[in-house]
Design a protein around this ligand. Structure first.
Ligand code: ADP
Length: 307
């Protein structure tokens, strides 16, 4: 939707003229009214909704044939249909890796589309977050070994059992760990760490004197989870933008990825009533952290009801 607004005071060099009364009136009439702006906003929202739905349904249609292809690749690779030569095994290994990457892209598009259209609901169940984090580490340990990167996680027994959406938390951690494995060079280190945290939300209404004193008694009310790496880091000017949809740092466009991993992580964290951020100095690695409250916020919790 191209805007036809023009600044009447700016004109080409050499043709500057005083704006006449008539042109001033025209400029005023060019300013879109609040009603027009609202209408344009609604149209844009509708278009985004349609595009997101189309992306979701295309991803959904691709999912089944791709699973079938991946199944046949696995079958051939297992040599149940006959022995393979070394070259055939290599080719099948490449096909297998590409199939997995495609599956990951499709999963990202499906999750993104579900989150955008409100189709992904939170489900809070009381569980042990240490189990959840060590489970994710186990899933990734092979990949780290193959790449020659150390992955450390030490369960923290100070963390209580509290209600959270375990599959979505696993997804958030997986997205952060996957990035760490992608961007950390061989010989590097990645740490996964979780600790109790006292989160004082600044946006909340200011408490009275007594409440403030009570609040300052540091009773942790959330868990802080961090994934740190020894990769190239992210320049400060991109610390907000990396969480935008389809954003990729300049120079990393050739890397595998959709630019959706962190955007999905941000939405999932927010869905659990938390927040996510990154700290990094270029050349000195990254530390992605997020907070999840022990008690899900009312809005997030009501979203959690199964439909
Ligand atoms: P992608 O699928 O491209 O990895 P993400 O949303 O997960 O998408 O990440 C967005 C961009 O942020 C990446 O393309 C990369 O440029 C940058 N980024 C994310 N994690 C890291 C990291 N640990 N180290 C350096 N850059 C990172």
């Amino acid at each position: 939707m191209a805007s036809t607004r023009k600044n009447s005071c700016v004109s080409d060099a050499g043709t500057a003229t005083e704006p006449s009364a008539g042109s001033a009136i025209r400029a005023d009439s060019d300013v879109p009214s609040p009603e027009n702006l609202l209408q344009e906003y609604k149209e844009l929202q509708e278009r985004l909704h349609r595009t997101t739905n189309a992306l979701g349904s295309a991803a959904h249609d691709l999912k089944t044939p791709l699973s079938i292809l991946n199944g046949y690749i696995e079958l051939l690779h297992s040599e149940k249909l006959g022995p393979l030569s070394e070259r055939q095994r290599q080719v099948l290994q490449d096909m297998r890796d590409s199939g997995k990457r495609l599956q990951q892209f499709i999963q990202d598009f499906l999750t993104y589309s579900a989150l955008e259209t409100g189709g992904l609901r939170m489900q809070f169940d009381t569980a042990n977050i240490n189990d959840c984090l060590s489970g994710v580490c186990r899933l990734w340990s092979n990949r780290f070994q193959e790449k020659g990167i150390a992955l450390y996680f030490l369960a923290n027994d100070k963390l209580p059992i509290f209600p959270f959406d375990a599959p979505k938390l696993e997804r958030i951690i997986s997205n952060l760990i996957e990035n760490a494995s992608k961007f950390t060079p061989q010989g590097g280190t990645v740490w996964l760490h979780a600790e109790p945290y006292m989160w004082e939300r600044r946006a909340e209404s200011l408490p009275s004197g007594n409440e403030r004193r009570r609040q300052n008694v540091a009773h942790p009310n959330s868990v802080k989870v961090s994934v740190s790496d020894t990769g190239p880091g992210i320049p400060a000017e991109f610390h907000q933008e990396v969480f935008d949809d389809f954003f990729r740092l300049p120079g990393t466009e050739n890397q595998d990825g959709t630019g959706l991993g962190l955007a999905i992580a941000r939405r999932l964290v927010q869905g659990m009533g938390g927040k996510i951020w990154v700290e990094s100095d270029p050349g000195a690695g990254c530390k992605f952290s997020f907070l999840i409250p022990y008690k899900p916020a009312v809005a997030a919790a009501s979203k959690g009801k199964k439909q």
